[in-house]
Design a protein around this ligand. Sequence first.
Ligand SMILES: C[S@@+](CC[C@H](N)C(=O)[O-])C[C@H]1O[C@@H](n2cnc3c(N)ncnc32)[C@H](O)[C@@H]1O
Length: 314
Amino acid sequence: MRYHHIPVMSEEAIYYLNCIPGNIYVDCTLGGSGHANAICKKIMPDGLLIGIDQDIDAIQNAKKVLKPFELNIHLFHSNFIHLPDLLNQLNIPAVDGILLDLGLSAHHLESSGRGFSFKRDEPLDMRMDITATITAKDIINTYKEKELSELFKRYGEERWASPIAKRIIKDRAHQRIKTSSQLADIISSVIPKRAALTRKIHPATRVFMALRIAVNKELERLDAFMENIPLLLKPKGRLCVISYHSLEDRIVKHWIKNLATECVCPKEIPKCICNRKKIVRSMTKKAVRPKEKEIELNPSARSAKLRAAEKISE
Ligand SMILES: C[S@@+](CC[C@H](N)C(=O)[O-])C[C@H]1O[C@@H](n2cnc3c(N)ncnc32)[C@H](O)[C@@H]1O
């Protein structure tokens, strides 16, 4: 299997993670292992890398790409929400840096065969973890019209969500919708030609994105993960998150702000009584964006936003 993915904002991620030789880092989203490889080069020979991905293809690929560092890495086919348990298994109380590079890899779109792309005719699956139970086909063929329409609106910000949902219900009454091209054709037939022409993206982009986010429960899992950050980092440990969707970025921004907030007493109270302490310091007042040059070389980097935080020393 050839696993293709170009890592996004690699230099920036390494900078914010502060990769120090001998320290312990976690790459929660190995993908093509580009970031993991760059981290290993900085922290070896004595460092430790823990690598996680919910896609077994990414783990198989990591075993090859990270072979030169095999004595200093632990790889897990798992969801990053299980990081506290995985660290427990390894007897590691906390780590020096955690990286999340969210979303899809180019492998998912180009060669996974799981229907992530509207450009290919593949089974409508969209699971990053093929052991998960619900597929995109299940959602498309079982959700009620209102549920589909809300999903496309909420996660895809699709203007034509209601008519698309209506047409799906009508078409699936005759024949189950089983493939990515069947779904892409339905969407294209609903969006008026004039509206489609003014969009810079394929008519099916937003619905496919919404479905993928729902199948993989991407937002719920990110939110659950962020809650554990204070437990997972050592003092001075760093968190670096690269996101590609405004709702993901909103969750990351919210948690960093929340953990960086000191007093939450009402303004009328003259002296603090909540005694709340800052847990992290935000390192990125505004999200960091890829340089123009990077976007030119790798257009899939264009929507990336990087945020980072450092745990306050106790
Ligand atoms: C954008 S790619 C990462 C690319 C990687 N940084 C590189 O350098 O090639 C995102 C990866 O994260 C994985 N992923 C997404 N959500 C996950 C989760 N909740 N737990 C574990 N892996 C996840 C996906 O399967 C995918 O392989």
